[in-house]
Design a protein around this ligand. Structure first.
Ligand code: PMP
Ligand code: GLU
Length: 394
């Protein structure tokens, strides 16, 4: 059967792939400890579950407006006002089947073949794939552990060409846990204004921040920046709602309307019950958000300390999200378990098959010297997994 040319570069998701591999080994009875996927291990809060049940009982089981219900859009606007002090109207919101879907909609609405989108590396696996799918080209700007993965403004500036249409920001970052400094966001916003670029700001981890670090959304830097910024967020990480599949974009009405039209043709609307549950997640009590954040911080401390005890492993301190991104490249060139470790892929295969721990190779994030470990899992598993990791490298 014919397969479209534009599919030729599309790779399956490495993060989802590693999760599935680990699940398969578990089914075979192997005691795999999985640190692969970025998915809170906590249950969805009870009030959210109850709201979903109540929505079903009320018969809210039909199609909704394509871009989401008015109630949910209003709740998203209220939450954005509460969290960022920003005013938006419901007509500036499109609710989708997860933030990943929102990002795909944005890429489709924004990019023409030959356009360029600046992506900061290490990047979340999905950004370059979505950009490439439109025929546009990702232009990667590297960051370094020695700078705590803060982007260098002159490197960003030199990545801009006449074809650049936008820059994707992700702070707190998946996979590095870097929280961009205010000056960095301000500098990038200045470049965007100067060159008339859109800023796609993926803030899905904005509530998971450690050490009192400050989350700065570019949209808060004045109207000139807000008007060119599209905020992306969702409930997956903040409310432990990965499987409910609700995310959204907020931005200029003219752009967002087009995304709504695209979505209506692609999937009619997001799930009606999950939308009702999200209204409760956003409007209801927020205590569980802080409880989960505090627990992630406790785990972060533990993970970083334990990683740094492993010879040949260095790790920058993540200030947000729930990933550690250690540099393991000192171990490259070794032969472990009968195989030569030439990079992060071989290392992750070795660790999965021999040590029964599943992690995502840094190569998937454009940084082969590293491996990503999600600490959105129990302390007990983290403890056991890091002992296995250490033993496997010794
Ligand atoms: N952005 C980043 C940086 C992520 O890590 C994820 C993880 N899934 C998403 C977006 C997408 O989230 P969602 O589950 O809402 O699609
Ligand atoms: N964002 C999470 C991760 O990076 C979930 C998996 C995915 O959506 O790719 O692991």
């Amino acid at each position: 059967m014919k397969i479209a040319q534009r599919m030729s570069a599309m790779k399956p998701s490495a993060t989802i792939g590693m999760k599935v591999k680990a699940d398969e080994l578990k089914k075979q009875g192997k005691s795999v400890l999985s640190f692969a996927v970025g998915e809170p291990d906590f249950p969805t809060p009870d009030n959210v579950i109850e709201a979903a049940k109540a929505a079903m009982d009320r018969g809210e089981t039909k199609y909704t407006a394509g871009s989401g219900t008015t109630e949910l859009k209003e709740a998203i606007c209220a939450a954005t006002q509460r969290d960022l002090g920003l005013q938006y109207s419901p007509s500036q919101v499109v609710v989708s089947n997860g933030a990943k879907h929102s990002l795909m909609n944005i890429a489709q609405v924004m990019c023409d073949p030959g356009d360029e989108v600046i992506i900061i590396a290490p990047y979340w696996v999905t950004y370059p794939e979505q950009v490439t799918f439109t025929g546009a080209n990702p232009v990667v700007v590297e960051t370094h552990a020695s700078d705590d993965f803060q982007p260098d403004l002159s490197a960003v500036r030199s990545a801009v060409t006449g074809r650049t249409v936008s820059i994707i920001l992700n702070s707190p970052s998946n996979p590095t846990g870097c929280v961009y400094e205010r000056e960095v966001i301000e500098g990038i916003a200045e470049i965007a204004v100067e060159h008339d670029l859109a800023i796609i700001s993926d803030e899905i981890y904005k509530h998971i921040i450690f050490d009192g670090a400050e989350h700065v959304s570019p949209a808060t830097l004045g109207d000139e920046v807000k008007e060119r910024t599209i905020l992306v967020d969702g409930v997956a990480k903040t409310y432990a709602m990965t499987g409910w599949r609700i995310g959204w974009m907020i931005g200029p009405e003219t752009f967002v309307k087009r995304a709504g039209a695209l979505q209506e043709q692609a999937t009619a609307c997001p799930n009606s019950i999950a939308q009702a549950a999200t209204v409760e997640a956003l409007n209801g009590p927020q205590d569980s958000v802080e409880e989960m954040r505090a627990e992630f911080e406790r785990r972060r401390d533990f993970v970083v300390e334990r990683l740094r005890e492993i010879p040949g492993v260095t790790c920058a301190t993540p200030r947000g999200a729930f990933y550690a991104f250690p540099d393991i490249s000192e171990h490259y060139g070794r032969t472990l378990g009968g195989r030569e470790i030439t990079g992060s892929l071989e290392m992750s295969e070795y660790l999965l098959e021999e040590a029964l721990i599943s992690l995502v190779p840094g190569s998937a994030f454009g940084a082969d010297d590293y491996i990503r470990l999600s600490f959105a899992t129990s302390m007990e598993d983290i403890d056991g997994g890091l002992s296995r990791f250490k033993a496997a490298l010794e």
